[in-house]
Design a protein around this ligand. Structure first.
Ligand code: HT7
Ligand code: ZN
Length: 873
């Protein structure tokens, strides 16, 4: 398959100013008439042919300026429509295609979900509806007429504002015409037709415009859309207040569908969501579900400015909209919830997903330079590291300059398809700074390692920090340059008393910009010897090694003013112990006891002031985190044993505090998803987990009682999660009751699938295979596949990585099956193999064999072919 390269970018030879679509919905024969106002692009080649993209299309007819073209005047295949000699002045092309939405299992283009019609066009789905210049730098104004049977499809939605609707010529049919006045690329096109319930709310923008906000869901589930609607309203207010950005249409519609490849899609004025990120009730959704709904509703809404009003010139610029929009949704959630707690959660996912990707064969720059399949670049690197780059920029230039730069970016780029350079230039221009070194973050893949050594000179009362950085090689990039790394830092005294220190290399915001291979900074007037607190708030996406003894790290847990680093200190000590235990190193009892004692003292001091934070502090790094830290010759069984032993030790050593939390933090009053209530539940359930580790009998009794009496899904699922760690009849009974109770709730059954797939026992693979026969399971539904099979591969370290290779072979067989229905989904599942090279020898051999069995299969999709070949490279 051809490789697309950034360096080969050239402007389109033609532009399409206006698109009129006439869509007659039909389950198997939907007919689309597209009328395109085309003109040569002054920046294109003067004699170029017109080549429109298609994908699995059936062409009925083509007309140019109203005249039907004969077979000699064009060339058509399912994947292209070519006119060799098009007019050299503006002309109208009318193209009629026919598609089968019911047969569309790829969930790209026009498809059906639970009988409703919907579309997904990003990145290259529009070409599965009609022939088009399907690239993000071709911006057009769209008018969409949708017609369907009135009974079968009572609701008809499109982009923009509704301009007309009524009865069609056939009295059983009706139509609606939607017009979106804002020029947009084809990937933002959407339409929906179906039988849907609706909740709505009026919104007045900051300049006084009236907007109707509406969410459409499966009829009968309207009462589960209230939280999403509220989150939408809060997002809109926040974007006005924080970025000065106002909504620009008369309506904002969101539709929830149950078959969807990703989380949601920001189509102009008509967002389409995976229903998992819309529907919530206390009985069916956990605190985490509520938080995700809030974040994703905000994310898609924020795209209206970062992505839609300012879009991307080409797909290499994907981080321009995604990294920036993730940054914006993270800031929103931080403002709505607890900033430090949210920051820790962000960093946990960044490390678990992006650092992992960056150290795998799939590592790539935030702005890749080439791709075979763009769908495979909607990655943690583009999204999450992309967001970290924006955050570092703000850290370096300061909040005021950042806001001025954003304003300038919107002013200059509104209505255009922009690049990363356009973005950075706005900030360079408002600050007068040269950001060319900083721009390396977009180009260079891999996670930089920063090692720091501290030296205290008691006589001179100086404290010196020696920094060194390096970035390991990644595919296609064998040598690396130093990065511009903002280090937010401070010094902490051993007893927590304030400490004065002066250093002219540290700016007024406490940031040192470390941009060479090595550098040294010295603080004057420091006494007594301090403990350095580095990368406060995780000021850069790097791996830090610091030669501090555990006792000094535990000073940070007690006294640092930076909450992130308090948490980080506990994690670092835990990780040191867990790595030593997992790799056959010796851990003195005294060392492990000192850590447990530090946690107890933390629990005894201020855990109640912020329970959500405390829950994070007492939760050990995951098995996958430990594997990543070890990095080579990984033995997942040893890691599992080490982590279980440590949980037992903490559970036993701190049982009094844990019982106190468990007893005193029980919910009183009705469920509320707010962050404070969620934090109390999180600490209580983390306590239960540790108590159960130390005393399985007590744990089983407490968890069973909680399971029976829970008044919300958070507590019910947490207790079931604890029970899954305790083999026995109580667990099986609880699982059976849960499955029965929620047999008609697919999104809840997903949680049930996930818990069972993650059980770290040899029988789990058989259990997963049996669950694939469950009436609610379907290979055609991405949520079901991800929750059962994706969870087995991504969450169950010991069973996916079984030494006998059965976990790998199972995933390989599923990937091949999924590839026939939905290549995007199959390719996602396949990325679970990205850790294969860091396994010990036997497992590495088994994984390689499974990967090769996929690679040698004929007719792989481009999606799977790309991932498998990069994984083996
Ligand atoms: N911009 C969207 C990314 C996307 C997508 C969504 C649904 C299905 C297929 C998709 N391909 C790409 C989602 C977002 O980041 O907001
Ligand atoms: Zn996005």
């Amino acid at each position: 398959t051809p490789i697309v390269r950034l360096e080969d970018y050239r402007p389109s030879d033609f532009l399409i100013d206006r698109v009129e679509l006439d869509v007659r919905l039909h389950p198997t024969q939907t007919r689309i008439v597209a009328t395109l106002a085309i003109r040569p692009n002054p920046e294109g080649r003067p004699d170029a042919p017109l080549v429109l993209d298609g994908d699995e299309l059936n062409l009925n007819s083509v007309a140019l300026d109203g005249r039907v073209l004969t077979g000699e005047e064009f060339e058509a295949s399912p994947h292209a429509l070519t006119i060799a000699q098009p007019p050299r002045q503006p002309f109208t092309l009318t193209v009629e295609t026919e598609v089968n939405p019911t047969a569309n299992t790829k969930l790209m283009g026009l498809y059906r979900s639970s009988g409703n019609y919907c579309t997904q066009c990003e990145a290259e789905g529009f070409r599965r509806i009609t022939y088009f210049l399907d690239r993000p730098d071709v911006l057009s104004v769209y008018t969409t007429r949708i017609e369907a049977e009135r009974d079968e499809v009572p609701v008809l939605l499109g982009n923009g504002n509704l301009v007309e609707s009524g009865a069609a010529d056939d009295p059983n049919r009706h139509y609606a015409v939607w017009r979106d006045p804002y020029p947009k690329p084809s990937y933002l096109f959407a339409l929906v037709g179906g039988r849907l319930g609706r909740v709505a709310k009026a919104f007045k923008t900051m300049s006084g415009r009236e907007v109707e906000l509406a969410i459409y869901v499966e009829p009968g589930k309207e009462d589960r859309a209230g939280y999403a609607l509220d989150a939408l309203e809060r997002s809109m207010r926040w974007d006005e207040r924080v970025f000065g950005r106002e909504y620009d249409l008369d309506v904002f519609n969101i539709v929830a569908v149950s078959d969807f490849n990703m989380g949601a899609m920001e189509n102009k004025g008509l967002n389409i969501f995976n229903d998992k990120y819309v529907l919530a009730s206390p009985e069916t959704a956990t605190d985490m579900d509520y938080a995700h709904i809030e974040a994703i509703i905000a994310h898609e809404y924020f795209h209206n400015w970062t992505g839609n009003r300012v879009t991307c010139r080409d797909w290499f610029q994907l981080c321009l909209k995604e990294g920036l929009t993730v940054f914006r949704d993270q800031e929103f959630s931080s403002d709505e919830r607890s900033r430090p707690v949210h920051r820790i959660a962000e960093v946990k996912t960044l490390r678990a997903r992006q650092f992992l990707e960056d150290s795998s064969p799939l590592a790539h720059p935030v702005r890749p330079t080439q791709y075979r399949e763009i769908n495979n670049f909607y990655t943690a690197t583009v999204y999450e590291k992309g967001a970290e780059i924006v955050r570092m920029l703000k850290t370096i230039i300061g909040a005021d300059a950042f806001r001025r730069g954003m304003d300038l970016y919107f002013e200059r780029c509104d209505g255009t398809a922009a690049t990363v350079e356009d973005f950075l230039n706005a900030f360079a221009d408002v600050t007068g700074r040269d950001l060319s070194h900083f721009a390396r973050w977009y180009e260079q893949a891999g996670t930089p390692r920063v090692s720091v050594k501290g030296h205290y000179d008691e006589a001179a009362r100086t404290y010196r920090l020696d920094f060194a950085q390096s970035t390991p090689p990644t595919p296609g990039q064998s040598t690396k340059q130093p990065m511009a790394i903002p280090v937010a830092l401070g010094l902490v005294s051993h007893d927590g008393s304030p400490l004065s220190a002066a250093c002219d290399r540290v700016d007024e915001r406490g940031v040192f910009l470390f941009d060479k291979a090595s550098d040294t900074i010295t603080f004057a007037e420091v006494s007594p010897k301090p403990v350095p607190s580095l990368f406060r708030g995780f000021s850069a996406p790097v791996k830090v090694s610091l030669d501090l003894p555990n006792e000094e790290l535990l000073v940070l847990l007690r006294h640092d003013t930076d909450a992130f680093n308090r948490w980080q200190a506990a994690q670092t000590v835990a990780m040191r112990l867990l790595v030593a235990l997992s790799t056959g190193g010796s851990v003195a009892d005294a060392e492990a006891d000192a850590f447990s004692a530090a946690l107890c003292s933390f629990m005894g001091s201020d855990a109640f002031t912020d329970p959500a934070f405390a829950a994070l502090v007492i939760t050990l790094p995951s098995e996958a985190d430990i594997a990543q830290e070890i990095g080579k010759d990984v033995d997942p069984d040893a890691i599992h044993r080490a982590r279980s032993a440590m949980r037992r030790r903490i559970g036993a050593g701190c049982s009094q505090h844990l019982r106190r939390f468990y007893e005193s933090l029980a919910d009183s009053g009705p469920y509320s998803p707010d962050a404070a209530s969620a934090g109390r539940r999180a600490l209580r359930n983390a306590s239960l987990d540790l108590l159960a580790a130390a005393d399985p009998a007590e744990g089983e009794a407490l968890a069973t009682a909680q399971f029976d009496s829970a008044s919300n899904m958070t507590d019910r699922l947490a207790s079931l999660g604890v029970l899954t760690t305790l083999p026995g009849q109580a667990r099986e009974d609880a699982l059976a009751r849960f499955g029965e109770r929620y047999r008609n709730e697919p999104l809840v059954l997903d949680k049930w699938f996930t818990l069972q797939a993650a059980i770290p026992e040899d029988e789990t693979l058989e259990r997963v295979k049996t669950l694939m026969q469950h009436p609610a399971f379907s290979m055609a539904n991405p949520n079901r596949v991800r929750s059962l099979i994706g969870s087995f591969a991504m969450l169950n370290q010991v069973q996916f990585n079984r030494a006998d290779g059965a976990g790998y072979r199972f995933l390989a067989s599923i990937v091949l099956r999924a590839d026939e229905l939905n290549p995007q989904l199959a390719a996602r599942l396949l990325t679970a193999f990205s850790t294969w090279r860091m396994m010990e020898n036997t497992r590495r051999g088994q994984a390689e064999e499974a990967l090769r069995s996929i690679a040698q299969k004929p007719n792989l999709s481009r999606d799977v072919g790309d991932i498998v070949s990069r994984s083996l490279d």
